[in-house]
Ligand binder design. Structure first.
Ligand code: IP8
Length: 256
C-alpha cells in the first residue's frame, strides 16, 4: 500500500481563497487512475483550510466561544475541498472514498494519539481508495487543534506498514533553501536522516502546520519504520504516476 499526499499548493490556488486548482486535480486523478494500486490519498488544505484556521486561531486551541464557529468553518471548508477531489477521482474511475480525520480520532496537545484504523483497513480490503485530509479535530488538552495531513500520513504509514509515501508539492523536492525565495537553492536528491538539520526552505504562504521542514520532521518516523519516502513536484506532469508505479522519478528520496 502506498500513501500519496496532494499538497495544498497543488490542488488549490494558494493566493485565492477557496479556489480549487481544477486542472491539476483532474490531471492527477487521471495519473492515479492509470496506476491501479492499493492507495490512500491525503490532501492538504491550501487556500481552503489554512486561512480560516488562521483567522480564528484554531491551532492554539479553544480560548473564546467565538472560535467555535471558526472551528466548524475550518472543517467545513476541508469537507468541501475533499468533495471536489473525491468527485474528480470518481469521474476518472478511481474508487475514492472520502473520510474525515475529525470523525475518527482526537489529538492530545496537537499530537495524534489514538486512531482507529478499522474503517481505513476495511476500505483498503474492499479495494476502495480512502481520501483523507488535514482537518480541524478535537483535542483532549486544548479543546481543538489542527491536524496536518503530514502528521496523519506518517501515522497511517507506520500503522498500516505502507511501502511508500509520496509527498507531492509545488517544488521538485527538498532544497538547501526555499527555492521560491532563493535563486541559489539547490535540490537535494538524497536526504539522510542523520543530516536532517540541513537548511530547508519554509513555506511561502499562510501555512499553519509548518511547510517543508515540518513535512521532513514528520517523515522521519516513517522512514525509521521502513517506508520509502519521496518528495516530488506534483505540478509536473506524470511525476506522481511514475512514483506510484515505483519507477525512478525526479525528486528527493529520504533515507536513514
Ligand atoms: O495542509 C492542514 O493540513 P495540511 C489542515 O496538510 C487545516 O497542513 C484544516 C488547516
Amino acid at each position: 500500500m502506498q500513501i500519496l499526499k496532494l499538497g495544498g499548493s497543488v490542488i488549490t490556488h494558494k493566493d485565492e481563497y477557496f479556489s480549487p486548482h481544477t486542472e491539476n486535480i483532474k490531471r492527477l486523478a487521471q495519473e492515479i487512475s492509470a496506476t491501479k494500486k492499493p492507495l490512500i490519498i491525503v490532501h492538504g488544505a491550501g487556500s481552503f483550510g489554512h486561512p480560516v484556521a488562521k483567522k480564528y486561531n484554531i491551532s492554539d486551541g479553544l480560548k473564546t466561544s467565538e472560535q467555535l464557529v471558526g472551528f466548524s468553518e475550518t472543517h467545513q471548508s476541508m469537507t468541501r475541498l475533499n468533495q471536489i477531489i473525491v468527485d474528480t477521482l470518481l469521474e476518472a474511475g478511481v474508487p475514492a472514498f472520502g473520510i474525515s480525520a475529525s470523525s475518527m480520532l482526537v489529538t492530545k496537545n496537537r499530537r495524534l494519539v489514538d486512531i482507529d484504523m478499522s474503517i481505513i483497513k476495511g476500505c483498503l480490503k474492499l479495494g476502495l481508495v480512502p481520501v483523507m485530509y488535514g482537518d480541524a479535530v478535537l483535542d483532549t488538552e486544548q479543546g481543538f487543534a489542527i491536524l496536518s495531513g503530514d502528521q496523519l500520513i506518517v501515522r497511517l504509514a507506520i500503522d498500516l506498514e505502507a511501502e511508500r509515501i509520496i509527498f507531492g508539492s509545488d517544488v521538485d523536492g527538498i532544497y538547501t533553501a526555499n527555492p521560491k525565495l532563493d535563486p541559489n537553492a539547490k535540490l537535494i536528491e538524497l536526504v539522510s536522516l542523520s543530516h536532517i538539520t540541513a537548511e530547508v526552505g519554509g513555506a511561502t504562504n499562510t501555512d499553519v502546520t509548518g511547510g517543508m521542514l515540518g513535512k521532513l520532521k514528520e517523515a522521519e518516523e516513517a522512514v525509521e519504520a521502513g517506508a520509502e519516502v519521496v518528495f516530488l513536484n506534483a505540478n509536473a506532469e506524470n511525476r506522481v504516476k511514475t512514483a506510484l508505479l515505483g519507477e525512478k522519478v525526479m525528486g528527493t528520496l529520504l533515507t536513514l
